[in-house]
Design a protein around this ligand. Sequence first.
Ligand code: ADP
Length: 497
Amino acid sequence: MSKEIVIGVIPALFIFLAFMGVNIAPLIIGGLLIAIFAYFMIRQSGGSMSLGQKKTKNSVPKTNMKFEDIGGQERAKGELKEALDFLIHKEEAKVYGIRPLKGILLTGPPGTGKTLMAKAAANYTNSAFVAASGSQFVEMYVGVGAQRIRDLFKEVKTQAEKNNQDSGIIFIDEIDVLGGKREGSHHREYDQTLNQLLTEMDGMSTTDSPRILIMAATNRSDMLDDALLRPGRFDRKIVVDLPDKKARKQILNIHIKNKPLGAEVNLDRIAQETYGFSGAQIESVTNEAAIYAFREKSKSIDSKHFSLAIDKVMMGEKTDRETNEQERERVAIHELGHAIISEEVNPLSVSQVTVSPRGQALGYVRQNPREDRYLYTKDYLEKQIMVCLGGAVAEEIKYGHRSTGSKGDFDQALRLVHSMIDSGLSRLGIVKLEMLRKEDIQEESAFILDTLLEETRSILEAKRALMEAGAAILVKEEVLSGDFFRTFSSEEHKEVS
Ligand code: ADP
C-alpha cells in the first residue's frame, strides 16, 4: 500500500516543483541512479531485500553412508547402483552413446530411506553432496527460489572442486512442493523455481566438470508436473517402498548394533509385530526400547522394552488422562470385545490387550499379523470388519448401549467396507465408488455392516462370561499378553462347559 502512495506522491512532487520553477533534472537523474543501484542489490541478495533473511545452507558434511547400512530395499539399491555406474564409468557409457543421466526420482512413503540412498549414492560415486528440501523454496518473494536453485548448483561445484571430486549430487527432498502439476494459467511463485531447475538440468552436459546428478524424493509422484518427468530430466524413477518382514529384520539388525540386547529377544518376532512400519519407525522402536531399558536401569534391552516401544511408536506416548473406574471398566469390555472376535476369526492373532490411555486411544488390542499381506480376500476383509465392530457390540451387550469410543472403529470398518465395494467384492459387482450414487453406497454398506454386526453379536453373546471375567482382570492388570489371554480363554471355556 505504502509503495503505491510513494509512486503517486513522487511525480506529483516533481510536477509541483517544476511548476514552482525549480530545476528538477538533477533530482530525476539522482533518483534513477538510486533505483538502478537498489535493483542490483536486490538481485544480489537473491531477489529480496527483506531484513534478516538468511541464506539457507545446503551443503552436508562429507557423507560416509554406505548401501550396506541401508536395510532391505534390495531392488531399489540395485537399480540405483546400476544407474550410478553410468556416472562412474562415463567413458564406457560414452562409447555406447548412452545419454548422460541427469535426474533420478526416488518415490515412496516418508521414512523409508530415500535420503539415506542419496547419501549412499554420493559416497558410492565419490561425489560432492548438497541437499535441500522443496519447502525451502517456497517464498513470498519472487525470484528467491530460482536464486536458491542457482546457489545449489554453485555450491555443489565449489564443494567438488574443494574436495577434488569430478562429480556432484544435488538431493532435493519433497520435490512435489516445488514441482507440483501446473494447472491453467494460474501462476505461482515456485513456477519460476521449477523453471530454473529445468533450465539448469537442460544445460547440464556430459562434458561438464564436475558432472552433476540431481536426485529428488517424493511420496506423491503422481502429483509431479509432466515437464519434470520428460526424458533427459528425471527419467529414472526408483520406488522405495515400506520394508517387508525380511527387510524389517535387517533394519532392526542395523539399529541394534550399538545396543546391549537381551539374550531372549526374538528379532524375528519384532519384525513380525512391526508390520507396516517404515525404516524410520523401526529405528525409533530400537531407540525407545533402549530408553525404557535405561530408565529401568536394566543391563540389557529385553522383549518387554521392545513391546512397550512398539506400542509407543504405533499409538503415541502414554497420556496422563485420568479415567474413572466406570470408564476403565467400559474400555476393558470394549477391548475384550475386539480381542475375543480377533481370536475367534483368526486364532493366535492377539498380541496384547491394554487399557492405558495412549495417544488418542483409551485402550487397544495389538494384533499379530502372521505374514505380510498385499492381497485381501473378501473373507479376510469381513473378519477385519468384525474385529472393528467387536468393541461396540461388547459395550451394547454389557450396558445396553454404545459410547463415542467406537468412532475410530467405525471409521476403519467403513474404510474396509468401501474397499470391498471398490474391489468388486460386494453384491454390486464390479463397480467404481465414484460411479455409484451416494444412496447405493450407503445401502450396500449398511447391508454389509448389519450382516457382520449380527454375526459379531452372536459370537460375543455366547462368550459373555469370558468377556466379563477378562475385563475384570484387565482393569486390575492394565495389560494382558496374547498368550495369557488365550490360556485364560481356554480355562474359562472348560469351566463353562
Ligand atoms: P526418507 O528420506 O525416505 O523420508 P530417511 O532416509 O530420511 O527417510 O530415513 C530416516 C531415518 O530412518 C534414517 O536416518 C534411518 O535411521 C532410518 N531408516 C529409514 N529407512 C532405513 C533403512 N532402509 N535402513 C536403515 N535405516 C533406515
